[in-house]
Write a protein that binds this ligand. Structure first.
Ligand SMILES: Cc1cc2nc3c(=O)[nH]c(=O)nc-3n(C[C@H](O)[C@H](O)[C@H](O)COP(=O)(O)O)c2cc1C
Length: 103
C-alpha cells in the first residue's frame, strides 16, 4: 500500500513543510510505502476549465493538473498535513482537490 503525505500549504516560509517532513520521517520504515506530495511543487492552476473534473476521466488539458492527478492517483491512502486558514483548509488545497475527479 502506498500512502501519500500531502503537504497542503503553499506559502513561502510555510511551517507545514517542517511538519510534513517530520510526518514522513516518522512514517518511514513502517509497513506501507510513504511518499511526500508537496502541493506547491505542482503549481495547480485555479479551476477554470469547462470540463467537470469528474468527467475528465483522469485526463486533463493542463499538464500541471495532470501531474497532480498522476501523483494522487498513484496512492491508495493519504495523510493531509494542512494548516487551518480562516476555519477551513487553504484555498490552494481546496482548489487542488476540486480539480480532480475519480482519483
Ligand atoms: C491566512 C491565514 C489564516 C489563518 N486562520 C487560522 C484559523 O482559522 N485558525 C487557526 O487556528 N489558525 C489559523 N491560522 C494560523 C495557521 O494555521 C498557522 O500559522 C499555520 O502554522 C500556518 O501554516 P503554514 O505556515 O504551513 O501556512 C491562519 C494563518 C493564515 C496565514
Amino acid at each position: 500500500m502506498k500512502v501519500g503525505i500531502v503537504l497542503g500549504s503553499v506559502r513561502d516560509g510555510r511551517a507545514g513543510e517542517a511538519v510534513a517532513n517530520w510526518v514522513a520521517k516518522g512514517a518511514a520504515g513502517r509497513e506501507a510505502t510513504y511518499e511526500l506530495i508537496d502541493l506547491k511543487a505542482f503549481d495547480v492552476p485555479l479551476l477554470t476549465t469547462n470540463t467537470h473534473p469528474m468527467r475528465a476521466k483522469k485526463s486533463y488539458d493542463d499538464e500541471r493538473v495532470q501531474a497532480w492527478s498522476d501523483a494522487i492517483d498513484a496512492c491508495d491512502a493519504y495523510i493531509f498535513v494542512t494548516p487551518e486558514y480562516n476555519h477551513g483548509v487553504p484555498g490552494a488545497l481546496k482548489n487542488a482537490v476540486d480539480s480532480l475527479g475519480q482519483e
